[in-house]
Design a protein around this ligand. Structure first.
Ligand SMILES: Cc1cc2nc3c(=O)[nH]c(=O)nc-3n(C[C@H](O)[C@H](O)[C@H](O)COP(=O)(O)O)c2cc1C
Length: 185
């Protein structure tokens, strides 16, 4: 058996830096990356990076419009998919079964195949519609892991808060990491 495969989807929610930090720290797994068009815009606005710079941290990258990519099929085995950040728009699409992009298709596959799907929404406040979509997705097996840092680690910088969220996501993916000092450890 080769390395575990993970699919990282990046959408146009705020918080592209979370995806950058995740990709930089994910080691020991085969990384498959898909970015939505809006994710590319937000990445430029918030982090000042190009999609190409991010691609260098992945083993395979695909266009979000490419529904023929390997990850669009249930026959492509992956251990987890994380969408970070996950926009309310992508969240709504997945919760209603719309799979018209590679990211939403791959997420639908994860749900139907009962594989780990981790969604990292970033929105505040949350509308009733968004909450209902999250509820529905949670009932279907997705893990809703909002980009909410804890404060018990006494974060001093934005970096500390980013590391907190990314560390918890990596824990959920089952990938070892030492990004944060753990509570009483
Ligand atoms: C700078 C910027 C920040 C945004 N932040 C958020 C956000 O935090 N959450 C969200 O749901 N949408 C946010 N949006 C809006 C999404 O990008 C928009 O709904 C888009 O259609 C999402 O498409 P996608 O899910 O295909 O990437 C933001 C847009 C921009 C330009």
């Amino acid at each position: 058996m080769g390395k575990d495969r993970v699919v990282v989807g990046i959408t146009g929610g705020s918080g592209s830096i979370l995806a950058v930090r995740l990709l930089e720290n994910l080691t020991g797994v085969e990384k498959h990356l898909v970015m939505s068009e809006n994710a590319k815009t937000v990445l430029g606005v918030e982090v000042g990076k190009t999609p190409e710079e991010l691609r260098s941290h992945a083993d395979f990258t695909y266009q979000d419009s490419d529904l023929t990519a390997p990850v669009s099929s249930g026959s492509f085995i992956f251990s987890s998919m994380v969408i970070i950040p996950c926009s309310m728009s992508t969240l709504a699409k997945i919760s209603s079964g719309i799979a018209d992009t590679l990211i939403t298709r791959c997420a639908s596959v994860a749900l139907k195949e009962r594989r780990k799907l981790i969604l990292v929404p970033r929105e505040m406040p949350l509308s009733t519609i968004a909450l209902e979509n999250m509820h529905r997705l949670s009932l279907s097996g997705a893990i809703i892991a909002p980009a909410m840092p804890g404060y018990y680690t006494n974060p001093r910088t934005a970096d500390d808060m980013i590391n907190f969220v990314v560390s918890r996501i990596m824990d959920l993916m089952g990938v070892e990491n030492n990004l944060i000092k753990r509570w009483k450890q």
